[in-house]
Design a protein around this ligand. Structure first.
Ligand code: BYC
Length: 312
């Protein structure tokens, strides 16, 4: 067996690939691409929510939202670290994002207009993220799989904090319930787009599934998400904005309408409602945070020198 065959055999036996193992260059690059896109999604995903921290309606809501946004920064950190084990630096990855060369999830290019949107983001966006990430706890690259375990636990808290916000609004006044409905109307379809193009349009799925980098296809995960989420909307008493949504007894799944793929690709290409704002805000935050990175480096150096002095 040549190296590539041995590699595939280990994958087929569910043996995790670790940073020092031999791997095909294409496997390395595919992993870097996916992990980096995931990391970028986490830190860009902080922006629409961060905007609401100062406007949360109570101290309890504010504390929970603050914790969620901080968790997302942490998720970015574990994911950039996982990508670094594949031989690329965090600086390089961040530069790729800021230069518009790297993708991040389309969902974060939509605006969070009302407080109900913070509920919808937690419920739908984190809900979709969990659906995808639970399957990724079994991805073949060890550092990514292990990062996913912790991230999924934290995402579950995020999903519940979002659902609870909407539950409160739906049990409140007419205006509050209308606000919840409006947020579901605006976030439903973009949430379904998070799973990526249909399988027959997906460029990476086949290779990615063979290498068990991806464990479930885009359409299967999207269907799972719809099946789980529709009853949750019913419990809230609000309506999913899809006239074609219907339980299919034979399939044992919901049928649902066609996604607007033109909108999806426009957003992916940089033409969504907030793409430019997100990138400007991200670059500004990075530049304004330069002093924090410099101070942390200076402190680490000082500690290192003190340690060396003590040892000598
Ligand atoms: N948005 O061949 P395909 C979160 C791109 S956020 C933009 O199917 P693949 C959270 C795709 O990259 C959740 N681009 O790709 C954070 C590819 O382009 P390139 C983030 C998309 O990789 C804060 C092309 O379309 N989760 O957790 O096999 C707050 C063809 O697609 C999108 C992850 O990143 C999209 N939606 O499958 C709250 C999970 N979809 O690279 C929550 C890890 C596709 O050839 N990622 N594209 O230029 C994955 O599981 C997979 O990468 C995807 C796509 C399922 C997303």
């Amino acid at each position: 067996m040549n190296l590539e065959q041995q590699f595939q055999a280990r994958i087929d036996q569910e043996i995790k690939v670790e940073p020092r193992d031999w791997m095909p260059e294409e496997y390395r690059q595919m992993n870097i691409r996916q992990i980096a896109q995931h990391a970028h999604s986490e830190i860009v995903g902080m922006l629409p929510e961060g905007n609401w921290i100062t406007r949360a309606p109570s101290l309890r809501r504010k504390v929970a939202l603050l914790a969620k946004v901080q968790d997302e920064g942490g998720h970015g950190l574990y994911l950039y670290s996982a990508a670094e084990t594949l031989g690329i630096s965090r600086e390089e990855l961040i530069d790729q994002l800021h230069e518009g060369k790297a993708k991040y999830s389309s969902i974060f290019n939509y605006p969070a207009l009302t407080w109900a949107d913070i509920g919808a983001i937690g419920w739908l966006v984190d809900g979709a993220a969990i659906m995808n990430q639970v399957s990724l706890t079994r991805t073949s690259y060890g550092p990514y799989a292990r990062a996913m375990v912790r991230i999924c636990k934290e995402e579950s808290f995020h999903q519940r904090q979002g659902y609870e916000i909407l539950l409160t609004l739906c049990r409140g006044t007419q205006e509050q319930k209308a606000m919840a409905q409006d947020s579901l109307n605006r976030w439903w379809w973009p949430a379904l787009m998070m799973f990526g193009p249909n399988d027959d349009q997906s460029t990476h799925t086949e290779k990615s599934m063979n290498w068990k980098l991806k464990r479930k296809k885009n359409d299967e995960l999207r269907q799972q998400f719809v099946d789980v989420t529709v009853p949750q909307a019913e419990y809230l008493g609000i309506t999913v904005p899809d006239p074609d949504l219907k339980w299919n007894e034979e399939r044992g799944h919901y049928d649902f309408g066609e996604i607007n793929w033109d909108e999806f690709w426009q957003v992916v290409k940089g033409n969504g409602p907030c793409n430019k704002k997100r990138m400007n805000d991200r670059i500004k935050a990075h530049e304004e945070g330069a002093w924090v990175r410099e101070a942390a480096m200076a402190y680490a150096e000082k500690r290192q020198q003190r340690k060396l002095q003590q040892a000598s």
